[in-house]
Unconditional design. Structure first.
Ligand code: SF4
Ligand code: SF4
Length: 132
């Protein structure tokens, strides 16, 4: 059983805090404002992406796969055109691909709501459409 002195202190604290507003944020109605340099969901600008494959090479988590989307002719050669597909469920938001994409096609957004029922819904293929 709790000693009488401690019980009195606990009751005093309880009555004091009962009159104060809640300290928890009412998520999702009250959204947390993240820091300016917060690293959230990765995004790609399909128009800026040239398909250079650098992001695939530097990603330490194997998030990025270059997918063939067509062919183009350069001089007398026919070369395969590729664009990145991103399995964002394994992305650790390290920012390496963003730093190394010299075309500025990648950004880490402030979106932190990545919980899904089906992880396949976190596969981002938007760059594939523009590359065709
Ligand atoms: S996102 Fe950037 S680094 Fe990745 S393939 Fe496109 S241009 Fe290259
Ligand atoms: S942020 Fe890091 S883990 Fe995520 S895709 Fe880019 S390099 Fe890979």
């Amino acid at each position: 059983m709790m000693p009488r002195k401690k019980l009195g202190g606990a009751l005093g604290e309880m009555f004091k805090t009962a009159l104060e507003p809640p300290v928890t944020e009412q998520y999702p109605f009250g959204r947390k404002v993240v820091a300016e340099r917060f690293r959230g969901r990765l995004d790609v600008d399909p128009v800026k992406c040239t398909g250079c494959s650098v992001c695939e090479v530097v990603c330490p988590a194997g998030v990025i796969t270059m997918v063939p989307v067509g062919k183009k002719t350069i001089g007398s050669r026919e070369v395969e055109v590729k664009r990145p597909s991103f399995d964002l469920y394994t992305c650790i938001s390290c920012g390496q691909c963003v730093d190394d994409c010299r075309f500025g096609a990648l950004t880490l957004t402030h979106d932190f709501e990545l919980a899904v029922f089906d992880k396949k819904s976190l596969i981002m293929k938007k760059a594939l459409q523009v590359g065709k």
